[in-house]
Write a protein that binds this ligand. Sequence first.
Ligand code: B12
Length: 216
Amino acid sequence: MDKEELFDKMEKAIIEGDKEEAESLAKEAVKENLDLNEVIEKGCVPGIQKVGDLWEKGEYFLPELITSAECMKAAMEVFKPELKKANIETRSYGKIVIGTVEGDIHDIGKNLVASMLSANGFEVIDLGADVKLEKFIEKSEAENADFICLSALLTTTMLGQKKAIEMLKEKNLFGRFKVLVGGAPVNQKWANDIGADGYAENAMIAVKAVKKLIEE
Ligand code: B12
């Protein structure tokens, strides 16, 4: 199978919620030595985005969304150790604490950002989803992190990003960690308004944004 065919099949498997197929395509991509970042960006991400479109049109409901999300996760589980292996020899560029803010269980995008950052040589501490704001701060202090990455997919939980920055200010920790925000409803304006150091619209750009902040 050529890689374009694999991208198409992966996209279809995620849209149709075929977990076995998604997993077996992911294994095939690894076996064929494909660029896994490309498989994620051109196969998996378009798949889950189309699922989002179908949900918005009212053609998909929660069960379909969950099944598709599971497919994406299954593929990512296959990729993760491989992405890690690829960077085993490289030094860490910095320590990143990442998670989805409290009240928000969406973690597909956050997982992608975490995987890409770790594939690009960063040490990533993933706190998961629905993470208490205090926990982001406690863990970042304990681990002496360089960056805090806050993901939010709901307009309501975006406020958690703002609050986390306020909490850092209250604790006199603002400036000690660079804060990046992201998630579908988030944009550069919001990042500027709340005083975040960076924003990125997708996982690839997130890597660039973090690297840029290191150079500053
Ligand atoms: C899949 C999905 C789900 C799955 C989540 C599964 C999972 N494990 O994540 C399930 C079914 C569980 C779910 C539940 C809900 N969902 Co939902 N969900 C989606 C959907 C379809 C796709 C989200 C997704 O994974 N996108 C793909 C990833 C790759 O994109 P992404 O998350 O945006 O991430 C990229 C960038 O944003 C960026 N990024 C992300 N995080 C970060 C962080 C940093 C620091 C940086 C730099 C970048 C970055 O990089 C990522 C990779 O490229 C969206 C629709 C949409 N269009 O977004 C709705 C959507 C987000 N959900 C929505 C809603 C309302 C809900 C529910 C409240 C529904 C309900 N009534 O129960 C619950 C949430 C409960 C809760 N408390 O959290 C709404 C939010 C509306 C709003 N304005 O707030 C949306 C927009 C759908 C809609 N149009 O109504 N959902």
